[in-house]
Write a protein that binds this ligand. Structure first.
Ligand SMILES: [Fe+2]
Ligand SMILES: [Fe+2]
Length: 138
């Protein structure tokens, strides 16, 4: 979903909710597997979870920066600083995802990886609240 759907609070918000619900469920599963010392399965879930973040939220972020954010900056110059801050949030998500990717490439799986996935959820939740306040259609 993109274009006009991203401009509306309701449809945009439901995209966020769907992605975060799936991320939360997979993160909980990862934490449970780690606490049971099932590292093989934990590693597999971590790879699926990273793929989830890359294909859903980071992809979503990229399309926002290419389309929606450009439109908002043009139509509502007063939101310019807010958009800059939102892009910085996206960059933090990308940096954390890149760190996890490097660790998984080295076959590393531990509590730190789970903490990094928790950080993605927390940053994304805060980001989404802010983002909805600058959408053109409420
Ligand atoms: Fe965003
Ligand atoms: Fe968004």
């Amino acid at each position: 979903m993109s274009g006009p759907a991203l401009r509306k609070v309701e449809s945009h918000s439901s995209i966020h909710e769907a992605a975060l619900t799936e991320a939360s469920e997979l993160t909980e599963l990862l934490e449970n597997l780690l606490s049971q010392n099932d590292n093989d399965k934990a590693y597999q879930v971590a790879c699926i979870l990273l793929e989830h973040w890359e294909s859903r939220t980071l992809q979503h972020a990229e399309s926002e920066e290419e389309g929606l954010y450009q439109e908002i900056k043009k139509e509502f110059p007063e939101h310019y600083d807010a958009i800059t801050a939102l892009v910085r949030d996206h960059d933090m998500l990308r940096e954390i995802a890149a760190y996890i990717k490097d660790q998984l490439a080295e076959q590393v799986i531990n509590q730190d990886i789970a903490h990094q996935f928790r950080a993605l959820i927390i940053i994304d939740e805060l980001h989404n609240i802010k983002e909805l306040t600058v959408l053109p259609e409420h």
